[in-house]
Design a protein. Structure first.
Length: 275
């Protein structure tokens, strides 16, 4: 067997990868180790020094006193409804743009691009007034409606996959008596599983981590989500870092498990969208 020649370029390539991995993992490692320490040990020991005794009470305090269960419940409701609507609306929009020709097709896509280029913070006053006038302030539906809007990246991922679905399938189904809604539901959607999983993970992480919208539109403590539940620790546990870090681990763990389990779908979906 021939040994591959180890070049200088290969060395720097792997060196950059190692540095990138360390930069990404190091903060998570510090949080994880610190969550098992007592407050006194955390303040007197190094951030990477292992705890003398594993203190699981930090996790109990964070979960119970931080009302994490309420946060997970509200986050799950927002996540499921928002992602279901986002995927359905995004795929339907991409289907209409990809399969049909109409006069306002290009202006609509241009307006969509312009809207995405405008910083969201600049329209928050108008958005808040709209949500308030609809009677949705301090209700969970306020954040869900704001999340239902799809984005240009999702639309283009769907459209790239739609280009690979033969139009002849639509025509055959139409000749068999199927209408456009049936074609979309029985032919198009089943062939969009890969991009759906990709968008589900990418947009799902954004919705799961969203702090601004729930904090602004749902100030009621009973409507706290996982991000605002974690923010509540700044008060009573402002100096108890191990409890705060335990709360961070609890928040990170679910989305980390999902990401590791489904990361191959992200790669396949993004690669497929640029073929």
């Amino acid at each position: 067997m021939k040994m591959k020649k180890f070049t200088v370029s290969a060395f720097f390539k792997y060196l950059i990868l190692v540095i990138g991995a360390v930069i990404a993992i190091l903060p998570i490692l510090v949080v994880f180790i610190g969550s098992f320490k007592s407050n006194n040990e955390f303040l007197t020991s190094g951030v990477l020094s292992l705890p003398k005794h594993l203190d699981f009470s930090n996790y109990k305090t964070a979960f119970v006193n931080g009302q994490m269960l309420v946060g997970f419940k509200n986050t799950a409701i927002i996540f499921v409804i928002s992602m279901a609507g986002k995927l359905l609306l995004g795929s339907a929009f991409a289907y209409a743009i990809n399969r049909f020709d109409f006069k306002l097709k290009k202006p609509i896509m241009s307006l969509f691009m312009v809207a995405m280029l405008i910083p969201a913070i600049t329209s928050q006053v108008a958005t808040f007034q709209l949500i308030n006038s609809m009677g949705l302030f301090n209700k969970i539906w306020s954040v869900i409606i704001l999340n239902l809007g799809t984005d240009v990246v999702s639309i283009y991922i769907f459209m790239q996959y739609l280009n690979e679905i033969p139009v002849s399938l639509d025509e055959s189904a139409f000749l068999d008596g199927a209408n456009y809604f049936q074609i979309f539901g029985k032919i198009i959607l089943p062939n969009l599983k890969a991009p759906m999983v990709t968008i589900l993970i990418i947009s799902g992480v954004q919705i799961y981590n969203d702090f601004y919208n729930p904090f602004l539109y749902m100030p009621d403590p009973s409507l706290k989500v996982i991000s605002t539940a974690l923010f509540a620790f700044k008060g009573p546990y402002g100096t108890n870092w191990p409890v705060i870090l335990a709360g961070v681990v609890i928040v990170i763990l679910p989305i980390l498990i999902v990401f590791l389990a489904l990361q191959k779908y992200i790669y396949n979906g993004v690669v497929g969208s640029v073929k």
